[in-house]
Design a protein around this ligand. Structure first.
Ligand code: 5GP
Ligand code: ZN
Length: 139
């Protein structure tokens, strides 16, 4: 999906209406139209980047600071007992809108949300996997 067809770019320009909660020169936060819990927000850069891989480091770093600011405000506003922050990347990662965004989800002890099922590693799998990742991280 390119910028022209991007729903979040249209939210930035106001072409698609949204409930904006924070805005500065380069970032925007607005409420998700289909919330997990009331107050669920999305934090986005105003420049169009598809996902974490293509978002410049500085943009991501600044976006995390805005996300923190928004998370604290949401927590106070809806009396949340916790906050889950997540980012989906690529369809297999659950991404539906291909404009970089953090989800800020207010949480409650009894909201019943189960984030993901977990399992045990097979024998030797954890160390072999860690080794492969360490190799990738070598420069
Ligand atoms: P993703 O799965 O890409 O991480 O999440 C995209 C999110 O955008 C979804 O939670 C969805 O509810 C939200 N969303 C999709 N279209 C709109 C829209 O037009 N307005 C708002 N406010 N949120 C949207
Ligand atoms: Zn966009």
């Amino acid at each position: 999906m390119n910028e022209k067809d991007c729903i979040f770019c249209k939210i930035i320009t106001g072409e698609i209406p949204s409930e904006k909660i924070y805005e500065d020169d380069w970032s925007l936060a607005f409420l998700d139209i289909n919330p997990v819990n009331t107050g669920h927000a999305l934090v986005i850069p105003k420049d169009h980047f598809e996902n974490i891989y293509t978002t410049p480091d500085e943009t991501l770093a600044r976006l995390s600071l805005v996300t923190k600011k928004v998370a604290v405000a949401i927590k106070n506003a809806v009396d949340a007992e916790g906050i889950t922050i997540s980012m989906n990347n690529e369809p297999a990662g659950g991404q539906v809108i291909f404009h970089t965004h953090f989800h800020v989800v207010p949480r409650f002890e009894k909201d019943g949300l189960k984030l993901w099922p977990q399992r045990k590693y097979n024998d030797g799998e954890i160390s072999a996997t860690a080794e492969k990742i360490r190799e990738e991280l070598k420069d």
